[in-house]
Every structure is written in C-alpha cells, then in structure tokens.
Write a protein that binds this ligand. Structure first.
Ligand SMILES: NC(=O)c1ccc[n+]([C@@H]2O[C@H](COP(=O)([O-])OP(=O)(O)OC[C@H]3O[C@@H](n4cnc5c(N)ncnc54)[C@H](OP(=O)(O)O)[C@@H]3O)[C@@H](O)[C@H]2O)c1
Length: 220
C-alpha cells in the first residue's frame, strides 16, 4: 500500500486504560500533540503523571473535538456509550482508530475469552452503524499494549487493519509504519469479524502460561 505523509498532528485518545496511556506516550514520542480523554475526574492527575505532563487531559467530548485523528480505546462493552458521550458530531468525517475488542464480562474458558458479538457481527460494525460518517479503522486490537509502540522483536509484527475508507486506512498505515508494524489490510468493516477474535487467540498463551510478549506475523 502507498504511504501518505501524515498531515494530522493533533491526536485525541478516548480511553484512559493501558492502551490509551501507551498510545498517548507513543504519539508524544513521535512528535504529535495529544489529548487523552477520561470521564472519571479522579483519574486526571494520574493520567497527567503517566504521560509525564506532556498530554492534555480532557473529557471524552473535549478529546473528540481536539483530535484531528481520534483513537477510541475504552472497554468494549462501553464503546457505544463512550462514542455517544464523545459526541458523534465531533467525530464526523474524522479518522477514528478503533483498538477495542468485544470482550464479555464472563470469565475465559480454558484461556479462551468470551465475546458479546457473534461471528456474523463485530464491535466495529456496530460503531459504524451508529456513526456512519465516521471513518473507523480497526488497528492495535490484535497485540498487547506493551508491543504497540516500536516493539523490539526480531521481525516486525503484522497489524491487521480494516475499514471502509481507503484514505483513512492510508493515514493509519503511515502511523503504524512509524510505530514499527507491518500493515495487513483485510478490507472493509466486516473484516473486523475476523480481526477482533485474534485477541482471543493472542490472549490464550497469557491465560494458560502467563506469556504475553508474542505478536502475530503474516508470512507472504
Ligand atoms: N490492554 C491491552 O493490552 C489491549 C490490547 C489490545 C486491545 N485492547 C482493547 O483496547 C480497549 C482498551 O483496553 P484497556 O485495557 O486500555 O482499558 P479498559 O480497562 O478496557 O478500558 C478503560 C476505559 O474504558 C472506559 N470505561 C470503562 N467502563 C466504562 C463505562 N461503563 N462507560 C464508559 N466508559 C467506560 C474508562 O473510562 P474512564 O476513563 O472514564 O474511567 C476508560 O477510559 C479494550 O476494548 C481492549 O479490549 C486492549
């Protein structure tokens, strides 16, 4: 895929967990202006410390307004309400990187996570239906947060992405290239039905043998 220069410099990250913090520090390292969003006021000071005072801290809504590109990294079951609270109009026409997985609250079975979606559905399709004008791109969902930013591995991990907007996928591919990943574009939003369950596979060695440092690579 051709790479396009990254024009957007302001990144809004909706989600204050490990993924939100890791990507915030990654974007800061690569020279972007970052706002990280939480709707829990009590987390603000901690987030400022975790991003070494270099990220702005806002609500989900302020973060959606701030970002030229927005990352959404909330708990999967909270994604639809987080999107509404960010304000769909604030995201309209923007590239939104969806890192989330539809993990159910029920515990894993022999290390296999349970999802609240079926194989004929995905979380990103639900979000795309809720917000048709948002250019969602699935990315960062199939790897642990410790390996999201310039992982030091013998080979580059493959990041499986999908989404309906070719321009948005080029923008996200350029970011993934900066972050040290090979990109495998699996097509339109429906491909999230296949990409999201990679999280189940990725987590099995973690749950069964506390091994969390692997990554997928697509051999061509
Ligand atoms: N952890 C990983 O290594 C990893 C790797 C790949 C993909 N993912 C996916 O990335 C996403 C983020 O994962 P994470 O581990 O960083 O964090 P997480 O604990 O799954 O999510 C934290 C975020 O979810 C929000 N949230 C939780 N419950 C909510 C609710 N009921 N309503 C609105 N917002 C709610 C929190 O909001 P507040 O800030 O307001 O508290 C916080 O911003 C998940 O979907 C996960 O499956 C995780």
């Amino acid at each position: 895929m051709d790479r396009m220069p990254i024009m957007a410099k302001r990144i809004g990250i909706i989600g204050s967990g490990a993924v939100g913090q890791t990507l915030a520090n990654g974007f800061i390292k690569h020279g972007y202006e970052v706002m990280i969003g939480t709707n829990s006021p009590g987390k603000r000071d901690g987030l400022s410390a975790k991003t070494h005072g270099k990220a702005k801290i806002g609500s989900f809504e302020e973060t959606a307004r701030f970002g030229e590109i927005v990352v959404i990294a909330t708990k999967g079951s909270a994604a639809e309400s987080a999107l509404k609270s960010a304000g769909i109009a604030n995201l309209s026409g923007k590239t939104v990187i969806d890192t989330m997985n539809p993990i159910a609250d029920a515990p894993p079975v022999h290390g296999v996570l349970k999802f609240f979606t079926s194989l004929d559905d995905s979380l990103m399709e639900r979000l795309q239906k809720l917000a048709p004008d948002v250019k969602f791109v699935k990315a960062f969902s199939c790897i642990g947060n410790a390996l999201m930013v310039n992982p030091t591995k013998e080979a580059k991990p493959t990041m499986f992405i999908c989404g309906n907007d070719a321009g948005a996928k080029k923008e996200v591919s350029a970011i993934l290239d900066q972050f040290g990943h090979d990109v495998a574009d699996m097509g339109g939003v429906e491909a999230a039905r296949a990409i999201e369950p990679l999280c189940m596979l990725w987590c099995i060695p973690g749950f069964l043998s506390n091994s969390w440092t692997h990554a997928f690579r697509l051999m061509k």
